[in-house]
Design a protein around this ligand. Structure first.
Ligand SMILES: [Zn+2]
Ligand SMILES: [Zn+2]
Length: 194
């Protein structure tokens, strides 16, 4: 599981997800790796204590053991390597929110990236230059200091002809669709060509 930043809409479901998936993962002996920006473990602990702590300050002292999970905190340009993929974190710019990580997943010569809530910035450009596919949060039509707008994205993406963009985290726009930007539905599965 990969977390970009600690705003509620990107992070708040973790307690239910950990509790809900515990038995399933135990049966399959699957450890869940949760990757996120610096401070991830503390944020999850605070959240668990707030929602399910029941007044016991030490209830989650052994959270890794309790839920069979591990935390990986990545700073800008740090990498996490697993057996068959590599993940690189790149800091993005989302108003005053810090830290905010976007990610590049490299697997079998394909680069699939996740660009969370961000406005246009240097690392966004870097991600676009090397990615084959990008899932990105496009919040509205107009660009602000926190979010990129779809109108500008439509222009900017033509600079990266080899990259395919998937706009998520969006309101429903009444805007002419673009060949380079797809608008997937909730739950839609994207098939990556090898
Ligand atoms: Zn946000
Ligand atoms: Zn958001």
């Amino acid at each position: 599981m990969v977390i970009s930043h600690f705003h509620a809409d990107h992070f708040l479901d973790i307690p239910n997800l950990l509790i809900g998936s515990k038995e399933i993962r135990k049966e399959k002996e699957q450890k869940l790796t949760i990757i996120g920006p610096t401070g991830l473990r503390k944020k999850v602990m605070d959240l668990m204590s707030f929602t399910h702590g029941d007044g016991d300050q030490h209830k989650y002292d052994k959270i890794e053991e309790k839920y069979n999970i591990e935390f990986v905190e990545l700073k800008n340009e740090e990498q996490y390597c697993a057996l068959n993929f590599k993940l690189t974190a790149l800091a993005l710019q989302h108003g005053n929110c810090v830290p905010v990580n976007g990610y590049i997943l490299e697997k079998q010569n394909q680069k699939i990236s996740y660009v969370c809530d961000t406005t246009f910035c240097e690392n966004f450009d870097k991600i676009c230059q090397i990615s084959d596919y990008i899932l990105l949060d496009v919040n509205g039509l107009e660009t602000t200091k926190s979010h990129m707008g779809l109108q500008d994205l439509k222009k900017v993406c033509t600079n990266y002809p080899k990259c395919r963009f998937y706009a998520v985290h969006r309101a429903d726009y009444d805007i002419e669709r673009s060949d380079q930007i797809a608008f997937p539905k909730d739950g839609e599965i994207l098939e990556i060509e090898e």
